[in-house]
Design a protein around this ligand. Structure first.
Ligand code: HEM
Length: 404
């Protein structure tokens, strides 16, 4: 029996199905009050451990008794497809993890990423310019801006031509929502993505360019340090991780600002505070709700509960960032809070490779919105702006905005 076949006898834990961010925060607060580690039920019925206390979550992220492993439902994929998408660093421990991460580290260092700032700004301007004239009629900030910006950035970095980007958003949302959408959607999305990536690799083999895909193809064909499946899996990971997260971060930070009285106009007057606000948005409503799963290598105790070898463990980054024992007044979005050591990008050897890029995009995205739309506001009552159900992501379905 696989994880997907578990009978639907158990009610899913409510935070995975919450329709409002504040409801989700409230439920996690409740959970934290009861302890740092919990048995929870995923939307398809499987039970896992969820670590929500800040200190325990931080420690679990580097605990050698928890091994990283393939994501939920990987066993539902046909073997060849599974190998083409799952041979990647997030699922691996050293030494494989070290070898794969090293191949792309240089492209994502803070210095390299800072050099991309003018281009990210230009892309943001190109997306926002056409919206200025029609802002009064209202638009969905997510589909018009927060998704297209990071997709354009990661695709340019990789060397995916503009006409080859269709499908990424749809495939990616099926991939990150597998526990809600089910196995068929997951297989279909992975198959579409891999076919697309293989065509791209063939293109770069025939005509190499100054981009990351060509550099990885050269690493594969030259030193044989990368198998063909590792190459497709790496691109798959960079595209999925490289846009879905940042898109939701920018949207979540705008919503938090627009629903905190006076916060938008104060930031318009003091845009130098944008980096602080981005850190607070990462902490308060970061786009990753729980990490990909870990499996216990042995029996041990964690936060007072007995974990059995083979058990599946998720680390609740969002809940940990709302643990009031570690972060005072954690349930309040405070745009002037001094940055705290949040877990939104994880911790340890899998700490987000793209953190400098995500921060750059979130800062440029937010600064550009403040400059062009100083009178931005929600175009729907706050309670109508709904959170998407899910385990991995903490995302909204849409964010209707207008100007007043
Ligand atoms: C706000 C945006 C982002 C957030 C909150 C975020 C969060 C995370 C987290 C929590 C992890 C660790 C997961 C774990 O421990 O299981 C991670 C890993 C990773 N992220 Fe991000 N991410 C973001 C943006 C990006 C971007 C823009 C890229 C660009 C390519 C990226 C690439 C990666 C990669 C490759 C890994 C795997 C690292 C490893 O296994 O060593 N992420 N991210």
């Amino acid at each position: 029996m696989t994880e997907l076949d578990v009978p639907r006898a158990l009610e899913p834990s409510p935070f995975f199905l919450a329709r409002s961010p504040y409801e989700r925060h409230r439920q996690y607060r409740e959970l934290n009050r009861r302890g740092p580690v919990h048995r929870v039920v995923l939307p398809h019925g499987a039970q896992v451990w969820l670590v929500t206390g800040y200190e325990h979550a931080r420690a679990a992220l580097t605990d050698p008794r928890l091994a990283t492993t393939e994501p939920l439902f990987a066993e539902q994929l046909p073997p060849a497809l599974r190998s083409a998408v799952e041979s990647q660093m997030l699922n691996m421990d050293p030494p494989e993890h070290t070898r794969l991460r090293k191949l792309v580290t240089a492209a994502f260092t803070r210095r390299r990423v800072d050099g991309l700032a003018p281009r990210v700004q230009q892309l943001a301007d190109e997306l926002l310019e056409p919206l200025v004239g029609r802002a009064e009629a209202g638009f969905d900030l997510i589909s018009e801006f927060t998704y297209p910006l990071p997709i354009a950035v990661i695709c340019e970095l990789l060397g995916v031509p503009p006409d080859g980007r269709d499908g990424f958003r749809q495939w990616t949302s099926a991939l990150v929502n597998a526990t809600v959408l089910g196995a068929d959607a997951l297989v279909e999305a992975n198959a579409g993505m891999v076919e697309h990536l293989r065509a791209l690799i063939d293109q770069k083999r025939a005509r190499p360019a100054d981009d990351l895909v060509s550099a990885l193809v050269a690493a594969r064909d030259g030193g044989d340090r990368l198998s063909e499946d590792e190459l497709t899996s790496m691109l798959h990971l960079l595209i999925v991780a490289g846009h879905e997260t940042t898109a939701n971060l920018i949207a979540n930070e705008v919503r938090a600002l627009l629903t905190t009285p006076g916060a938008w106009s104060r930031l318009v007057a003091e845009p130098e505070r944008v980096p602080t606000v981005v850190e607070e948005a990462l902490r308060f409503d970061g786009p990753i709700q729980t990490t990909p799963q870990r499996r216990a290598r042995e029996d041990f105790e964690l936060g007072g509960v007995p974990i059995t070898g083979g058990d599946m463990v998720l680390i609740g980054l969002l809940a940990a960032n709302h643990d009031t024992e570690a972060i005072p007044d954690a349930d309040r979005f405070d745009p002037v809070r001094e940055p705290v050591s949040h877990l939104a990008f994880g911790h340890g050897i899998h700490f987000c490779l793209g953190a400098p890029l995500a921060r750059l995009e979130a800062r440029v995205g937010l600064s550009s919105l403040l400059a062009r739309f100083p009178r931005l506001c929600l175009a729907a009552p706050e309670e109508e702006i709904v959170t998407a159900p899910g385990v991995l992501m903490n995302a909204m379905e849409s964010l209707p905005v207008t100007v007043h």
